[in-house]
Ligand binder design. Structure first.
Ligand code: SAM
Ligand code: SF4
Length: 514
């Protein structure tokens, strides 16, 4: 893994979105679907493209290269990209190139070329560090598709195909020591000298992270830093280990160098990212996750540090101790539980019980600071009974979550749960979701009311002119909309005290303290 060198430290990341390429053909449009990790991956992809002489444009019509950074965590998310590709297929006649990046790219591989033959590039996130080479290939192939057939790309670990074979999911599973049944038949690849097909799909076993000094962060005050990529946990329902590859961490020195660069550029809030951010293992063995968290919090200029997502199994007391000890670490932990039933946790292969989860919640609640707690829940997992659902509802009550992201279980390719019996019909999943959300709404109303009369420091994130309100965010990650006295204009990115005067299920309302 390349450490960030001195040069990059002095220069720091720049706002690459404003750089202009001299070549009007080298324009790109990028749309991102899915989680914060995808959003941040896109920031790095944009930075890389701009560094390669491309210019970002606002619309598909203006772009020479159209990219979709995709999500396949649930079926709905996956379908979005195919709708987009169908919508804009006709633009291929104007010579535009299409690329699919991210989780759908990795999951579907070269099958995407069959379903959407106008796509030229399919690249999973584990291959992003090869993007400069991939882009160079795309450009050279675009100008000479016929001579490309014999291009020797394998040395770079890339495959450029006018004809090829789907990377075998079964082979990947075998490599990772898991058996997932029959391998899908190799796809029939269209042979057409007009079609350009480049793949970056073969890197899921890499130990390297996508580190770049070219990150096009769009917000000048708060920014993401990925500290760990991939996942080795293989929950029974989840595609992430298949799409993002093996778990790998950056060195803590490299993370800290990036945090210092961001602070030098004026960022005051940093959010550390990972599918399981607290499974972090410093390859250099210098710092634990909690130590890294504390060290980022101590970087001069940084006022807030967030981290997501934490896996309950790897959640140690030391994280709570770090939050208590380092003032800049935010009062918020996102700890997905998925279900309150130990029986179902076992079926999901979550590797903890309800009791173990609640033990971690007890640590968080015992902190000196008031730490808000949010979670993810899946309803309608195969075999979920009314009793299981009741256990989830009682867990919501027992923990008293400040927020819950709840999802209907979506069967995903390659995962063990797809073959489980006792599937729950979609209508019933929808009913259970409704029950869960109604319960959680009651809990949130009560929790938000407790803030009334208190003063919270917020970072000013925006202004809602229709309502005449400023939008702020508290350390507990609550949205706090507030009014300021006439003529007083709080600067975006500044930190101001706000008296909470009202509450809603998902937000607070208040007045600037002057
Ligand atoms: N690594 C985190 C963890 O284990 O808690 C979660 C990351 S996952 C990308 C985000 C959330 O998506 C999960 O917590 C889960 O609730 C949801 N999710 C994942 N697979 C799903 C599926 N097949 N159907 C419905 N929701 C799913
Ligand atoms: Fe998916 Fe489980 Fe890994 Fe989270 S821990 S990313 S839910 S496999």
């Amino acid at each position: 893994m390349p450490p960030q060198d001195d040069k990059s430290e002095q220069q720091g990341p720049k706002d690459y979105t404003c750089l202009m390429s001299g070549d009007p053909q080298k324009t790109f449009y990028l749309e991102t679907f899915g989680c914060q990790m995808n959003v941040h991956d896109s920031e790095k992809v944009i930075g890389t493209l701009v560094q390669q002489g491309y210019r970002q444009v606002e619309t598909v019509e203006q772009a020479g290269l159209i990219l979709y950074n995709t999500c396949s965590i649930r079926d709905k998310a996956e379908q979005k990209v195919f709708h987009r590709l169908a919508d804009y297929k006709k633009l291929q006649a104007q010579g535009k190139r299409f690329g699919v990046l991210g989780c759908v790219a990795q999951q579907e591989g070269e099958k995407i070329f069959e379903r959407a033959p106008h796509v030229s590039l399919v690249c999973g996130s584990a291959s992003y560090r090869k993007l400069p080479e991939i882009l160079a290939q795309l450009e050279s192939v675009a100008t000479n598709a016929a001579s490309f057939r014999s291009a020797a790309l394998s040395a770079a670990g890339l495959r450029a195909n006018i004809g090829g074979v789907i990377p075998s999911e079964a082979a990947f599973q075998e490599e990772r020591g898991i058996s997932r049944g029959a391998e899908p038949a190799p796809a029939e690849i269209v042979r057409d000298s007009q079609l350009v097909r480049i793949t970056g799909l073969d890197d899921r076993q890499t130990d390297e992270c996508f580190e770049t000094e070219f990150t096009a962060r769009s917000n000048p005050h708060r920014g993401y830093i990925t500290i760990i990529e991939g996942c080795d946990k293989f929950c029974a329902y989840c595609v992430v280990p298949f799409t993002r590859g093996k778990e790998r961490s950056r060195t803590s020195d490299s993370v800290l160098a990036e945090a210092r660069q961001m602070a030098d550029l004026g960022y005051t809030e940093i959010q550390l990212l990972g599918q399981n951010v607290n499974s972090y293992k410093d390859p250099a063995g210098k710092r634990s996750f909690a130590e890294l968290l504390a060290a980022v919090g101590e970087v001069p200029g940084i006022r807030r540090v967030r981290f997501t997502t934490s896996h309950p199994r790897d959640f140690g007391r030391d994280i709570v101790e770090a939050i208590d000890a380092v003032f800049t670490l935010c009062d918020h932990v996102h700890l997905p539980v998925q279900t309150g039933s130990t029986r179902l946790l076992d079926a999901m292969q979550r590797l903890y019980t309800r009791e173990q989860y609640l033990e971690r919640i007890a640590w968080i609640k015992a902190a000196r600071r008031h730490i808000s707690i949010t979670t993810d829940v899946i309803v309608g997992f195969p075999g979920e009974t009314e009793a299981d659902l009741a256990e989830t509802l009682s867990l919501l009550e027992e923990v008293g979550y400040d927020g819950v992201f709840s999802f209907k279980y979506s069967p995903r390719p390659n995962t063990p749960a797809v073959a489980f019996e006792d599937a729950i019909p979609d209508q019933e999943k929808a009913r259970r979701l409704e029950v869960l959300m109604t319960k959680q709404k009651e809990i949130q109303i009560a929790r938000c009311q407790k803030y009334i009369g208190t003063v919270c420091e917020v970072m000013v994130e925006g202004h809602n002119s229709a309502r005449g309100q400023w939008v702020g965010r508290t350390s507990q990650n609550k949205t706090l909309n507030f009014k300021a006295p006439h003529g007083l204009v709080p600067a975006l990115g500044s930190y101001v005290p706000v008296l909470v005067t009202g509450s809603f299920p998902n937000s607070l309302a208040g007045e600037l303290v002057v």
